[in-house]
Write a protein that binds this ligand. Structure first.
Ligand code: PLP
Length: 486
C-alpha cells in the first residue's frame, strides 16, 4: 500500500485505499475476552478484505470532500435527467409498507402499493389523455419498444403487418426512436427537419402510403395538422413523451391525436436517472391499443381488490414484476404534491426558464433555430469551433470550472456543435443568469485564450479521460497497480 497523503493534498487522485496506514482504525472495539464461538468453516474466510485503514476523522473528511465534488441529484442546472428530485419523494418511497412490499406477495396483502400504482396509472391517463396505461417499462427506451411492439401487434390483428414495414422518424429524434423501430423489425425512413425546426408536412404527406406502420415524433409542433393525415393513411402516431414537462397540464397527447406515447417518469416526475439510476417509462395508449399493453396493468376488480393483470392481447412482459415501484411511487408523490395546477405551473416555468436563457445567451453563440422554444434551447458552438478552434466539447468541460454540470452536447445530430440546455423548471432566475454569465465568459475566453479551454476542466481532480476506454473497458474497483490515476 502506498504512503498516505496529507489530508486535503492532491484530493481525488488518491482514493481512501491509497491513503490508508496499516493498523489505523475508524472505530475501536474493545477486545473480547469471553468465549468465542467458532465459525462454521473458517476455510471460507479471506485473510484480509483489504479495506482502507483510516481514522474516523480522515474518513469523514474524505467523504465530505468527495460529496462536495459530486454533481449529484442536487446538481446545479445541467442534464435533463437530473432535475427536480424532492426529498419528500424519497421519504414516501422509503415508507416500510411500500419499500418492503414483496413483488410476489398476494394482491390482498399489498393493496396499499397496488392502489398507489392504480392511482398513478389513472393520473397519467388523465395527463396524457390516453387512458390505457402500463407502468411496467423500466426506461424511456423500453417504453418506446413496448409502444412500437403494440403497434406491430395491432397491425398483425388488422392483417396489415406484412405490408406496413416502415416507420417515419424525424432526423431530430432521440437516437432511441430509430433504434426502437429497428429493434421491433421495422425499417426507418428519416424525415428531414424543415427550416423552422419543425417536421415538414409536405415530406410526411409524400411518404405516407400503405407501407407505413407509424410515425414517431417527439415535440408536438405541427401535429394538429399531421395527425389526421397519418390516421387517414392507416398508420399510427407514436409520441415520444420523454419531455412531458414542456407541455404537461396544458396539452394532452390524446387530444392531439396520438395513439400511444411513452413517458420518462425519471425525467419529468422526479427521480434522478443520470448516472444510470433506475427509471420508469410507462406507456399510455388509446382504447384501440389498450388490449396490447405490456403485462402487467393495474386493474380494480368488481370485488374492490386491485390486481396486476394481463391485457387480452398483451405483447408480454418487458421486465420482471410490476415495474420499478420505487420510481413509480416518487412520481405519484410528485403528482399528488403538485396537483393539476402545480403540473401546469411546472411546464410554464420550464418553458419560461429555457426562453430566459435563450435571450440571455443570444448573440454569444449561434442559434440555428432562432425562435421561442419549449423546455430546452439548442445553441451551436460552430462559430467558436470555426473561428477559434474551440469545439463544443471544450466549452462543456469548461463549464465544470464554473460550477455547472455540462449540458447535453452534440445532440440533436442535425445541429452542428450542438449545445442543448434544459434549465428545468425549478431553477430561480439567479441560477439561469449565473449559467448564462458562465457561458458568455467561456465564449469570450474562446476568443482570448483557446488553449485554456482545450485543457478544461482545470478544477477537477481528473481533467480529461480517455472516454472511449472509460466506456468500453471501465475499471470500476480499486486496483493497487492502478492506484496512481493522476
Ligand atoms: C426525447 C427522449 N426520448 C427517449 C429517451 C430515452 O429514455 P431512457 O434514457 O429512459 O431510455 C430520452 C432520454 O433522455 C429522451 O430525451
Amino acid at each position: 500500500m502506498s504512503a498516505p497523503a496529507p489530508v486535503g493534498d492532491d484530493f481525488g487522485a488518491r482514493l481512501s485505499f491509497d491513503r490508508g496506514v496499516p493498523g489505523r482504525r475508524a472505530v475501536d472495539v474493545p477486545r473480547w475476552d469471553g468465549e468465542v464461538t467458532p465459525l462454521p468453516d473458517t476455510g471460507l474466510l479471506r485473510d484480509s478484505v483489504r479495506l482502507p485503514e483510516l481514522s474516523q476523522g480522515e474518513l469523514v473528511r474524505y467523504y465530505t470532500e468527495l460529496s462536495a465534488r459530486n454533481y449529484g441529484i442536487d446538481s446545479p442546472l445541467g442534464s435533463c435527467t437530473m432535475k427536480y428530485n424532492p426529498k419528500v419523494g424519497d421519504l414516501v418511497a422509503s415508507l416500510p409498507g411500500l419499500a418492503e412490499a414483496h413483488p410476489l406477495a398476494p394482491a390482498t396483502e399489498v393493496q396499499g402499493t397496488l392502489r398507489t400504482l392504480g392511482e398513478l396509472s389513472r393520473g397519467l391517463g388523465e395527463i396524457t389523455g390516453l387512458g390505457g396505461v402500463s407502468l411496467a417499462p423500466a426506461a424511456g427506451a423500453q417504453g418506446e419498444l413496448a409502444g412500437v411492439l403494440m403497434i406491430a401487434r395491432a397491425l398483425e390483428d388488422r392483417g396489415e403487418l406484412a405490408q406496413r414495414r416502415r416507420i417515419l422518424v424525424p432526423d431530430s429524434a432521440h437516437g432511441t426512436n430509430p433504434a426502437t423501430a429497428a429493434m421491433a423489425g421495422f425499417t426507418v425512413t428519416q424525415i428531414p427537419t424543415a427550416a423552422d425546426g419543425s417536421m415538414d408536412r409536405a415530406v410526411i404527406e409524400s411518404e405516407l402510403d400503405g407501407s407505413v406502420a407509424a410515425v414517431m415524433v417527439t415535440v408536438p409542433n405541427t401535429l394538429g395538422l399531421v395527425a389526421g393525415l397519418i390516421h387517414d393513411a392507416g398508420a399510427y402516431l407514436y409520441g415520444d413523451g420523454a419531455n412531458l414537462n414542456a407541455i404537461m397540464g396544458r396539452v394532452r397527447y390524446g387530444d392531439l391525436g396520438f395513439d400511444v406515447v411513452h413517458l420518462n417518469l425519471h425525467k419529468s416526475f422526479s427521480t434522478p436517472h443520470g448516472g444510470g439510476g433506475p427509471g420508469a417509462g410507462p406507456v399510455c395508449c388509446s382504447e384501440e391499443l389498450a388490449p396490447y399493453l405490456p403485462t402487467p396493468v393495474v386493474t380494480e376488480g368488481d370485488d374492490g381488490v386491485v390486481r396486476l393483470t394481463e391485457p387480452e392481447r398483451s405483447i408480454g412482459r418487458m421486465q420482471q414484476f410490476g415495474g420499478n415501484v420505487g420510481v413509480l411511487v416518487r412520481a405519484y408523490a410528485y403528482m399528488r404534491a403538485l396537483g393539476l395546477d402545480g403540473l401546469r405551473a411546472v411546464s410554464g416555468q420550464a418553458v419560461l426558464n429555457a426562453n430566459y436563457l435563450r435571450v440571455l445567451m443570444y448573440g454569444h453563440y449561434d442559434l440555428p433555430y432562432d425562435r421561442p422554444v419549449l423546455h430546452e434551447v439548442v445553441f451551436s458552438g460552430s462559430r467558436q469551433r470555426r473561428t477559434y478552434g474551440v469545439p463544443t466539447y471544450d466549452i462543456a468541460k469548461r463549464l465544470i470550472d464554473h460550477g455547472f454540470h455540462p449540458p447535453t452536447v452534440y445532440f440533436p445530430l442535425i445541429v452542428e456543435e450542438a449545445l442543448m440546455i434544459e434549465p428545468t423548471e425549478t431553477e430561480p432566475p439567479e441560477a439561469i443568469e449565473a449559467l448564462a454569465a458562465a457561458m458568455i465568459a467561456i465564449a469570450a475566453e474562446a476568443e482570448a485564450d483557446p488553449e485554456t479551454l482545450h485543457r478544461a476542466p482545470l478544477s477537477a481532480p481528473i481533467g480529461r479521460l480517455d472516454e472511449a476506454t472509460a466506456a468500453r473497458r471501465p475499471v470500476l474497483r480499486w486496483q493497487e497497480d492502478l492506484a496512481d490515476c493522476s
